[in-house]
Every structure is written in C-alpha cells, then in structure tokens.
Design a protein around this ligand. Structure first.
Ligand SMILES: [Zn+2]
Length: 177
C-alpha cells in the first residue's frame, strides 16, 4: 500500500479509510489523512476521470468502459497525453484561457477548461479504449458524423490550434501590461 494505491482504492473503488486500515496492518488513519492532504494533484486527476465516467454511466455506448469499471477507466485516462488529440493544444493553456476570472473565453455550461472524452469514429458510436481520445472543446464540438477524424485533422484542427494559440498569446500580453 502506498499513497497512489490508497487514493485509487478510496476514490475509484469507494473503499472507506477504515476498510483500508483493516486490510493493511501497517497503515494508520493518520497516514491516510496525510496521504490525502498531500495527494492533491493525483486527486484532481482521479476526480476529473470519475466525472467523465459518471456522466456517461448507464449509456449503452459506454458499456465497455463501464464493465471495466472506474479504476480501469482512470488507468486509461492517465495514459492519455494532456493535449488535444486533434489540434494539439495543451490542457494547461485551455485552463488559463477558460479561467473564470482571468481567462478570455467562457462557455455557458462551463466547458472548455479541460479536455473532453471524444469518440474518434462517431459512426461506431462506442466508447472504448480504441475509439476514444481526449480532445479540446472546440475539436470535440466541431468534429461531427459528417467530418472524419482524418479530415478534421487535415482541414480544421490546424485552424483551431492557431485560433487558440493566438488567444493565448493575447492573454499573456494583456497580463503583462
Ligand atoms: Zn483541439
């Protein structure tokens, strides 16, 4: 048992502190509390992964991931690069652009700040390891069942990237004024 294993068991398998202590002789509640306190970054990642999972729970097309459960979904999620699979914009730039108080972009439903779960081939309609990537709000919204993944990458993604990079540069310039 280590910090990562604790956070995974607690947050993706729903195990309570006490149960984890009972199952691991050498672990104390104090240690778990400390692991919780210092595990902010990993906690945020797991939380985001759980949100993506929960928002699709029960949908027929999500069955493959659901069967594999939250923990396996997180294992997939954490291996994904933290940039849009199509245009390449980094998630940390999106976070700054869509920041509530200091950003320059916003969406009604507060989307945009993090990468979204996107099906590469929307015709198969299935969420699976092979068919899913993380994409930015713009690419996710734009790619439709008319435009294929390759077409989106060729014709539209570079423009989206340019738009976002320009917006980002603008924001940095404004900040420094
Ligand atoms: Zn994108």
């Amino acid at each position: 048992m280590n910090q990562e294993e604790f956070l995974l068991q607690h947050l993706t398998e729903g195990k309570k502190y006490k149960q984890i202590c009972d199952e691991n002789d050498s672990i104390t509640l104090t240690e778990l509390r400390e692991w919780w306190e210092t595990g902010q970054e990993l906690r945020a990642q797991i939380k985001r992964s759980n949100m993506l999972f929960d928002s699709r729970k029960g949908k027929e097309e999500f069955a493959a991931f659901q069967k594999a459960r939250k923990r396996a979904f997180f294992e997939w999620f954490r291996k994904q690069p933290r940039h849009c699979a199509y245009c390449g914009i980094e998630e940390n730039k999106l976070q700054k652009l869509f920041d509530h108080s200091t950003g320059s972009l916003s969406t009604k439903r507060r989307r945009g700040r993090s990468l979204e779960l996107e099906r590469r081939d929307s015709k198969t309609n299935e969420y699976s390891v092979e068919n899913c990537v993380l994409a930015c709000y713009f690419c996710n919204n734009h790619k439709s069942d008319v435009i294929t993944e390759d077409e989106h990458k060729l014709y539209f993604a570079p423009q989206i990237r340019k738009y976002l990079e320009d917006k980002y540069t603008q924001l940095q310039t404004d900040d420094n004024r």
